[in-house]
Design a protein around this ligand. Structure first.
Ligand code: NAD
Ligand code: UDP
Length: 337
């Protein structure tokens, strides 16, 4: 199958392209490199053992997309989005333009090219301040910041479009907390500037690039007072995309699926697991809660198991080991000297 992977040079996209390539699919990476680098594409090719086709382009540009669809495409995986919650609050129009306008232009290009299968990167952020855990796909949806609003709107655009096109298949994958890296240590998460997420911050403290981790809140109503999340290995996520493509090739309609492990771990449990499995130290200090954070969120993962036959295989220890190998081998991420 020929799969166009928009945003395929990024963190989750690169792992997914490797998984698809290893399954024998033909992958075309389409990316404007706004948050990624060509080095990632070279390393993907190295892992797959053959070149990976790359088109530098923007999903908001019709002409770029026309080039990408020119050679025929069976399915689109849509990772291309801006993803920083903080930046989305200070620059909402940039987020609306990139994420929402980009998705509309991409759907138009798909229609013009008669491509009717899409796998979309959504997020647990669409559940907002969910009161109920584990959260199921039928829980109420709510945006708590502009980034989350773009994900909700993109989901709705794809759902409405799918309803208008009897032959269309859309799979909305709601990721919980993707972490870890490919076991080779060759591809991984390469944040620019200060990491906003827990695991890359932990690995940067462990490698002594940063002095100390700030644990946001020690007084949540959880088992140790710190926030609980559903961390899921990026390689498991990559495999879920391959399963979602298979679903899209054979089924019609639009479905939303949670992707997590179904287990919640607190920030302190993650730190302890990281220290135990890697032998590295992670000095930390408990500070004020981060505005907008919920106490605990983990997924009910039964639907992905039933629909896709997928379930996460890697536990928290593997997530820590693989994140650490990537950090050790690439202290500055892809910013190779
Ligand atoms: P990432 O930033 O590493 O990857 C996104 C890629 O899309 C980047 O390579 C970027 O250059 C590209 N891109 C952005 N806008 C584009 C545009 N207009 N045209 C072409 N390419 C464009 O992010 P990621 O962590 O791999 O996330 C992938 C997707 O998953 C995103 O949609 C994100 O919102 C979603 N998601 C991520 C997480 C997470 O924690 N990483 C959690 C939930 C959902
Ligand atoms: N967190 C933290 N320190 C950090 C980053 C995150 O204590 O430097 C906590 C955060 O409050 C939450 C968990 O780690 O409880 C996961 O946060 P992350 O930003 O990685 O993902 P989120 O669940 O917010 O999308």
């Amino acid at each position: 199958m020929k799969i166009l992977v928009c945003g395929g040079a990024g963190y989750i996209g690169s792992h997914t392209c490797v998984a698809l390539g290893q399954l024998g699919h033909e992958v075309v990476v389409f990316d404007n490199l706004s948050n990624s680098t060509r080095v990632a594409i070279d390393r993907m090719a190295e892992l797959v053992g053959r070149p990976v086709a790359f088109i530098q382009g923007d999903i908001r540009e019709r002409r770029d997309l026309a080039r990408a669809f020119a050679g025929g495409v069976d399915c689109v995986i849509h990772f291309a989005a801006l993803k920083s919650v903080g930046e989305s609050c200070s620059r909402p129009l940039t987020y609306f333009d990139n994420n929402i306008s980009g998705t509309i232009t991409l759907l138009q290009a798909m229609e013009a090219a008669q491509v009717s299968r899409m796998v979309f990167s959504s997020s647990a952020t669409v559940y907002g301040n969910s009161e109920q855990v584990p959260v199921t796909e039928s829980a109420p949806l709510q945006a708590t910041n502009p980034y989350g609003r773009t994900k909700l709107i993109m989901e709705e655009l794809i759902r409405d479009y799918s309803a208008s096109q009897p032959g269309f298949s859309g799979v909305l994958l709601r990721y919980f907390n993707p972490v870890g890296a490919h076991p080779s240590g060759r591809i991984g998460e390469s944040p620019t500037g200060t990491p906003a997420n827990l695991m890359p911050y932990v690995t940067q403290v462990a490698i002594k690039r940063r002095e100390q981790l700030q644990v946001f809140g020690g007084d949540y109503p959880t088992r140790d007072g710190t926030g609980v999340r559903d961390y899921v290995h990026v390689v498991d996520l990559a495999e879920a995309h391959a399963s979602a493509v298979r679903w899209a090739m054979t089924q019609q309609g639009c479905i939303a699926l949670n992707l997590g492990t179904g287990c919640g771990y607190s920030v302190l449990e993650l730190i302890r697991t990281f220290e135990r499995t890697t032998g590295a130290r992670v000095p930390y200090r408990i500070v004020e809660r981060r505005p907008g954070d919920v106490a605990e969120l983990w997924a009910d993962v039964s639907m992905a198991r039933e629909v896709l036959g997928w379930q996460a295989r890697h536990g928290l220890e593997r997530m820590c080991e693989d994140a650490w190998r990537w950090q050790l081998n690439n202290p500055d991420g892809y910013q190779v000297a």
